[in-house]
Design a protein around this ligand. Structure first.
Ligand SMILES: [Zn+2]
Length: 493
């Protein structure tokens, strides 16, 4: 896969990574930071009202107040997890793009920062402050690390390929728009109670999925309360599943083989957070996402308005976008673009290849929606995202073609996303909610493969030396039980 000319620089990158990996590998194995919860920062008044606890393999973080408070609480409560996640993202981004971490920090400060709202400047700065207050003596990080971390979906895989082309550098074979997730939203005659049901499973590299285990309950001083899953240190959900207290339910799947990025636009992570915080209708959501659209992390958004029972699919390219909406029907997502213009002008996606991961899963979604019409509730939703039916083989066989994805056992890989043979990636966690749950700001979530299968890293890495570069960041991915969370939840006593 690697061209011989790139091999020299790859060796250099790997040597650099070994040094980087050594820095945080110990932190990943033993989160020493967390043990020091009685550090000086614990008495900081900015922590008032914040707390965390663990349940079902997830970490629940309740944050409240001004941007400075929410950010500081986020950084402080999740200091160990943020330090670990930053190290992992750094290793992966540097390895895949052949760009230094300095490049990502410089991109954060010069290119992203000027296009981020003041409210999130404050929150991002405070996240770095919170981490450092917890861990002052260890490896201090700064706001550029945090901004680069927040952009870990849009910069390596959307901006870098564009920049490489502009600078006439060979585009690294591993930098490609990701294909994250299987999701649906249904309403009206499709669901048991004729109200909205929504579910999503996150597809990523297993190393990322192992860390995508935060349940955020955020009560910001301005805007709506947000209840969502998320990644340590990132201000938006980023795999995007959540609900706000205005009744807006949101999820998405990415658009496979998308290309395009506007350096003068607002970062996707800031827009998606703002939309979650300030949208009280589908129109609001679309308007906020379109304002300063930079094309990064281009998604098909699935949105529900729990006040009206209306649902929408919002396909957001850089040049084109389209919104479909209904009060009786469904929209499904498995990383395929729907609008022919988006497909043709902004992707290299082949809608006719029935055997590709997005199209095979799309076919399965259509089967499930037809079979379960009128009977879809949250139990069914959880089953759908755990489904292993392969529409090509016409039998149960977990792989890259099933809604619950398991690519580590598949020699085909997923070439559209630059996932090679046996790539350690797939469905890493799942969430489901119906309208009743959404009204109570609640959802059901399962960490690990939504089907409950565990992934063991040691035998995998022993068998697949080509992924040895992930050794410092890839550990076992164990599935937890389906667990129900809600906003304002307190730890069990
Ligand atoms: Zn599975």
């Amino acid at each position: 896969m690697m061209k011989s000319g790139a091999r020299g620089s790859l060796v250099a990158v790997m040597l650099a990574l070994l040094a980087v990996g050594a820095l945080f590998a110990a932190g990943h194995a033993t989160p020493a930071v967390h043990a020091r919860s009685a550090a000086a920062g614990a008495s900081d008044p900015r922590l008032k009202g914040a707390y965390r606890f663990e349940d079902g393999g997830w970490i629940y973080a309740h944050l409240e107040g001004t941007p400075e408070q929410v950010g500081f609480q986020h950084g402080y409560l999740l200091a160990a997890e943020i330090t670990d996640a930053l190290g992992a993202v750094r290793l992966d981004s540097v390895y895949r793009t052949h760009r230094s971490w300095k490049f990502f920090r410089d991109t954060a400060s010069s290119l992203l920062w000027p296009h981020i709202d003041e409210e999130y400047h404050k929150e991002l700065t405070a996240i770095a402050d919170g981490v450092n207050a917890h861990e002052a003596a260890a490896h201090p990080l700064d706001v550029w690390d945090i901004v680069a971390l927040n952009a870990f979906e849009e910069v390596p895989d959307y901006y870098v390929p564009l920049l490489d082309a502009k600078e006439r550098r060979p585009v690294p074979p591993l930098a490609a728009a990701p294909g994250n997730c299987s999701a649906f939203v249904a309403t009206g005659s499709y669901t048991k109670d004729h109200r909205i049901v929504m579910a999503h499973n996150n597809w990523t590299s297993y190393w990322a999925g192992q860390r995508w285990r935060i349940i955020f309950d955020i009560v910001p001083a301005a805007g709506h309360r947000i209840f969502m899953d998320g990644f340590p240190g990132v201000i938006t959900s980023d795999d995007d599943f959540g609900v706000n207290d205005a009744g807006i339910m949101v999820t998405e799947t990415t658009i496979t083989q998308f290309h395009g990025f506007d350096v003068n636009g607002k970062p996707e992570f800031a827009r998606s957070r703002k939309a979650m915080q300030y949208a009280a209708s589908i129109d609001d959501y679309v308007r906020i996402m379109l304002d300063g659209n930079n094309g990064g992390y281009a998604n098909d958004w699935l949105i529900g308005d729990n006040n009206t029972g209306e649902i929408a699919q919002f396909e957001l390219g850089l040049v084109n976008h389209r919104v479909w909406r209904t009060r009786d029907g469904y929209y499904v997502g498995s990383n395929f673009p729907s609008d022919p213009k988006v497909t043709r002008e902004e992707t290299r996606f082949n809608p006719k290849d029935a055997e590709s991961s997005p199209n095979a899963r799309h076919a399965r979604w259509l089967q499930l929606m037809a079979q379960h019409k009128g009977n879809i509730g949250v139990d069914e939703a959880a089953q759908f995202i755990s489904d292993h039916y392969d529409t090509v083989l016409k039998r149960q066989a977990p792989s890259e073609r099933t809604l619950c994805g398991h690519v580590d056992g598949v020699s085909r890989g997923i070439p559209e996303w630059a996932w090679g043979a046996y790539y350690p990636g797939g469905a890493v966690q799942g969430k489901a909610m119906d309208s009743t749950m959404a009204g109570a700001m609640s959802f059901r979530a399962r960490i690990g493969h939504p089907c409950g299968t565990d992934f063991a890293s040691k035998p995998f890495l022993a068998e697949h030396k080509e992924y040895a570069w992930q050794m410092p960041i890839l550990s076992d991915m164990k599935s937890g039980p389906w667990t129900t969370f809600h906003a304002g939840q307190q730890p069990a006593r």
